[in-house]
Design a protein around this ligand. Structure first.
Ligand SMILES: [Zn+2]
Length: 258
């Protein structure tokens, strides 16, 4: 009799499961939208993603969410995971309404192992992957070093060519205050985006930087026309950060991709 009851019980259980096999599994195993965007942004280097893992084309795997919740702002900057890197929405184009909200710094959070894996984990490794871009060839014609990984050099060259056709903007763009430089962020242990050969600073004469100001009151003199051309090619702008750095642009397509 006990066996019959058990059989009926198992039949009910299996019947329930057959009704909707994904009822409980599907949401749990779904790839988070922000991880999907990260994967889509780097098709040349990233291969696939599952619920909490990012897989590189060489087979390397990285955890997306370290499950450490409620990180304060400083902890997020200093000990982020990939999820933190994707946590703030970058206001592309004219959706940016200055001044930025307190600590709204989309792109300042960088999971360092991701960038080291992508672009190189030492000055020498990153240097070996750099190429020259001719900055504003018709009007300035200087050479800048930028990474070839993800074809960032081609993207910066396209930006340069577009900007070159707008001579009124030249004073903001040249001389460039630098591209590749293996260094930490001023006053911190974190590596700057310049370390990876993915960043460019334009003319500091028209720049504003939060560390130069005592009151951290937002200021900007860079025309948004410049910003839109950079964004079109996958570069974000430090002028959209609460901790503003208005001459700074860096290649971060994961924050711009739809
Ligand atoms: Zn910079």
């Amino acid at each position: 009799m006990r066996i019959i009851y058990l059989s009926i019980y198992l039949m009910i259980l299996s019947g329930t499961a057959c009704a909707d096999p994904n009822e409980n599994l599907s949401p749990r195993d779904a790839v988070p939208e922000k991880l999907q965007r990260l994967l889509k942004a780097y098709p040349e280097t990233l291969a696939s993603a599952s619920r909490n893992r990012l897989r590189w084309k060489d087979g390397t795997e990285m955890i997306f969410d370290d499950s450490i919740g409620n990180k304060d702002f400083e902890t997020m900057l200093n000990s982020p995971d990939l999820e933190d890197q994707m946590s703030m929405t970058y206001p592309a184009g004219h959706s940016f309404k200055p001044p930025p909200q307190k600590n709204a710094d989309p792109g300042r959070v960088r999971y360092e192992p991701f960038f080291m894996k992508m672009y190189g984990n030492s000055a020498a490794t990153v240097s070996g992957k750099l190429a020259s871009v001719r900055w504003l060839p018709q009007t300035v014609n200087s050479l800048l070093k930028i990474t070839t990984v993800n074809r960032v050099n081609e993207k910066l060259q396209a930006i340069s060519d577009e900007l070159d056709a707008l001579p009124a903007l030249k004073k903001y763009l040249a001389p460039s205050a630098g591209t590749f430089h293996w260094r930490t962020v001023r006053g911190e242990n974190r590596l700057s985006a310049h370390s990876f050969g993915i960043a460019i600073d334009i003319n500091v004469k028209y720049g504003n930087y939060w560390q130069w100001d005592t009151d951290l009151s937002y200021k900007n003199r860079i025309p948004l026309e410049i910003v839109e051309i950079f964004e079109k090619h996958g570069f974000i702008w430090g002028g959209k950060w609460y901790h503003y750095d208005t001459v700074h642009f860096e290649y971060r397509p994961e924050l711009l991709i739809k």
